[in-house]
Design a protein around this ligand. Sequence first.
Ligand SMILES: [Mg+2]
Length: 239
Amino acid sequence: MPIRGVLFDVDDTLFDYSGSEQAGILAHLHHLDLLRRLPGPQAAVALWREVTREQYARFLSGELTFTAQQHERTRHFLARLGEDTAAMPDERAAAWFAGYTAHRDAAQAAFPDAAPVLAALAPTHRLGIVSNSSTAQQRRKLHATGLLHHFEDTAIVCSDEHGEAKPAPGIFLAACARLGLPPHQVAHVGDNYTLDALAALDAGLHPFWLDRTATHPSPAEHDIPVLHTLTALPAALPA
Ligand SMILES: [Mg+2]
C-alpha cells in the first residue's frame, strides 16, 4: 500500500528546539547575571530542562494552560536558585519568560535537512504536523523558519486545540483525517521513540523513528525503521 501522506513532529525533528532552548536560557541568565548562582552553564541548562519537563507535563495533562506553564517554569526555576517566588505575580513571571523567549527565538533554526525534504515530498505527498504544543506557537516557528507553506493548512494538529496529547492515538487519527487519508497510507516521523514512533505504530500509521544523535541502540522489540537524518526519508517511504 503506497504512502500518500507524511506527518511530522516539530521539536527536535524539523526544528532544532534543544539548540535554541540551550542558547536562549544561557543568554537570558547571562543577561540577568544569574549564571554565577549555578555551578556552570551545563548545570543551568540541565536545571531549566528539568523544570520545563515537570511544568510542561502539567500543560500536557490539561492542568495548566500553555501560558500558565510558562509562568510556572519561571517561578520554579527561580525558586531553585533560592528566590521566594510563591507569590510572584503572573505579570512578572510573564516578563521574565518573555526575556527567555526573545533570546531563544533569536537562536531558532530548522535543521538543514528539513526544508529540502519537505520540498521533495510536497508534490507527491500530503504533509501535516502532530505536536504536543500550542498551535499558535508551532505555526509561528514553522513560519519563522520558512517551513509552514509545505503543510496542508488544516493539517497542523497540536495538543492544545485537539484536547489530547501524544501518545494518545486520537491525535494521530485526527491528523490523518485532516489529510483525508486512512492511517495505513500515512507515515509519521518523530524523534521521541515512545511518544512518536511507538504511538504512531499503535495508531495504525507507518512510523519512522528519527534518531539524529545515533547514540541510542535501536530498540529491537518493534520493527520500526530508524532514520539518522531526514534526508533518508523519501527513499525509505513505500512507493
Ligand atoms: Mg520532538
